[in-house]
Design a protein. Sequence first.
Length: 365
Amino acid sequence: MKKVALFFIVLFGISFRIYAQGCLEPMGGSNDGAKIIGYIQPQFDYHFYGKSASGNSLNQSTFKFNRARIGVAGSIPYDVEYYVLLEASPNAYGHPYLLDAFVSYTRLGPYAKFSLGSFKSPISLELNTPCNALYTINRSLVVDELTPNRDLGFMVLGSTDTMNIFGLETVNLFKYSLAVTNGTGVIGLDNNNGKTYSGRIVFTPWKHLSLGASFLTGKYKAADPSATQDDEKTRYGFDAELRLGNLLVQGEYLHGDDKGSYTVGGGCGSTPEIRSGSVLRDGYFVQAIYSTPWNLQPVIKYETYDPNKDAASNTDRQNIITFGLNYFLNDWTRIQLNYLYKAEETAAVEKPNDCILVQVQVKLK
């Protein structure tokens, strides 16, 4: 019986939390009080870099923490929820930092919740999938490069009630989230008069199918001190999710337009590199996940990312195929194994840069 219950948790539970503001689903209910939340992700990486000219191996391996997060969430009578999460693992900032921290007013039920604080930006299907519920160890390169991760500001989000369309039951016909934020991330105050506006809407015409669209636009103080105008950033994206029995298929496309300067790298907990100039970038991913009754979840994912669409050729486009296997020991413990096959589109010799990732995740019970 326990294995059957765990099977349905693996099959359905993760996908229904993909619209959370933070890394774990917020607490709810006026009688819940405060609850400690968090998880850790110790990890082993092995990178294949080939051999030097002298024949010595250039491969590298390391043990590390991908994430180590702890916090508290709960509710206060009446209609007020709070959520605080600290990132405690070693990171690019060199110290622990406040990841998510927001207060929400929930009087209007599912139709509208108002939040103020630090939270995930409401753009992208994969970005708004909690880190502890990702199907692969890493997010897609295009998501890491083009989405702002977290920011400080105000958000309103909600959904319709359960509806029945043409006799086909659907969970929530519409889900939406809109935010006004600083645009400078979770560390540092706003440095100009502009704000970033972002949003996401998800349409579910059938309980097995969801279609999403996202946008973001904002102006930022120029990274180049000699510049006389603010930098501008625009993002838009489309995504889809289809569930047929034990099979889940997801796909997402993201487009980015930066004027003045832009960032490269970053992702979760790392510092991006700032580059001067304007650039158009885009990419997409498609992945298939199959949940079995034996707590095993095979995953295959294809992603492609073009860091400069204005380039004369696509030789800088990066393609990655991830072969993954997830094993759930119980409701709180998961083991992930990923092999990343990375292929560049240069006509010459392909770079040796594949890798194997192994991660164990434990959530607080």
